[in-house]
Design a protein around this ligand. Structure first.
Ligand code: FE
Length: 342
């Protein structure tokens, strides 16, 4: 396989600089996941395997970079914080099939591609944050309830085109079909308190400040807010809401994943698989749970104490994420059609 001269030069420089860890080789990671979370995981991985992990962190553009680099790409592993980029990577044909019994045992089928092209590593739910003061217990129970006219002008969310919302709307399409899902999205838009803006935490802040009474947000943000010593005002935001896991009476709450894939032209494909296997191990799953309040995908791995305390057990939507991801582009078109963000 041909490598660019630049990359060969860079590798040799690294070998010269760090001969001790080179025996087991290295693995190159393109990561949408943030450094504070990935670093402790990679430190454990290096300790356990002797494989040196090199990371490029970015908020966007990693898929395009992989695509442009083609067979000269140094990347072995892609780490993402949502099913979206993993599904897109499959569409772009920039990831490869992995056959691993370890991954098949550690990750439930609904959270991985049936052809082994992507693997979920943590799960999260997109839940409803409801004002403690202004929303009574039992007043809202499902995503479908969000279109009830009684919520007119009372709901906050980030952009309908954001990847988290695309997956949620994708799941509505997968469960109800396009026509009903579009009606739902229209109804939700009609009930918004303001034009979609900000991130998930900003919606909970808006509930605290009385701008709205219900907000959509990913589950782990609650843990991040309620433990936030650097920005203690976020504890107040978190304390102002009840957490509603929707659809407990029927299909269960919408779930998404963070995950990984092996690059099509990975120069260290074996190490790439070892890394993903490590990330699905008991040890790594616990780090994800403790550091970022995500739900381990690995069966029988405990959630963080804080998550147990505030969230308890809940019913997860059992639909395959593949089916949800297939509807994401339709969800994006739908958001435009109903003018969700305008
Ligand atoms: Fe997030």
């Amino acid at each position: 396989m041909k490598r660019s001269k630049l990359f060969i030069a860079a590798s040799l420089a690294m070998v010269a600089a760090a001969p001790a860890v080179q025996a087991a080789g290295e693995v190159n990671i393109y990561s949408y996941r943030q450094e504070f979370l990935i670093k402790p995981l990679l430190q454990e991985f290096e300790k356990e395997t002797g494989i040196k992990a090199n990371v490029v962190f970015a908020k966007k553009g990693l898929l395009e970079r992989l695509e442009n680099e083609g067979q000269n790409s140094p990347a072995d592993v892609l780490l993402t914080s949502d099913i979206g980029p993993l599904f897109d990577a499959v569409q772009k044909d920039i990831v490869r099939t992995v056959d691993s019994d370890v991954l098949e045992n550690n990750i439930p089928a609904k959270y991985r591609d049936n052809e082994g092209r992507w693997f979920g590593l943590t799960a999260r739910s997109r839940i409803i944050y409801a004002s403690k003061d202004r929303v009574k217990e039992g007043e809202i129970n499902s995503y479908e309830d969000l279109t009830d006219p009684k919520w007119k002008g009372r709901i906050c969310t980030r952009s309908g085109k954001h990847t988290y919302n695309l997956s949620l709307v994708g799941s509505m399409i997968a469960h109800h079909g396009s026509a009903d899902a579009e009606q739902w999205l229209n109804g939700l838009k009609d009930n918004l308190a303001r034009k979609p803006q900000g991130n998930d935490r900003a919606q909970v802040k808006a509930v605290k400040e009385g701008v709205c009474d219900l907000a959509l947000g990913n589950s782990y943000y609650f843990g991040k807010m309620i433990t936030n010593e650097k920005k203690p005002e976020q504890k107040d935001w978190a304390n102002s809401v009840n957490l509603i896991f929707p659809n407990q009476g029927d299909r269960g709450a919408h779930m998404n994943i963070s995950g990984a894939a092996v690059a099509k032209h990975a120069p260290h494909a074996e190490n790439a698989v070892k890394l993903i296997e490590f990330l699905s191990s008991e040890k790594a799953q616990k780090i994800y749970a403790e550091v970022n309040f995500e739900f381990p995908v690995r069966p029988n791995t405990a959630r963080s104490e804080l998550i147990k305390q505030y969230m308890g057990e809940f019913k997860e939507d059992g639909i395959s994420l593949q089916k949800v991801a297939e509807q994401r582009s339709a969800a994006a078109k739908m958001a435009d059609k109903v003018g969700f963000d305008s």
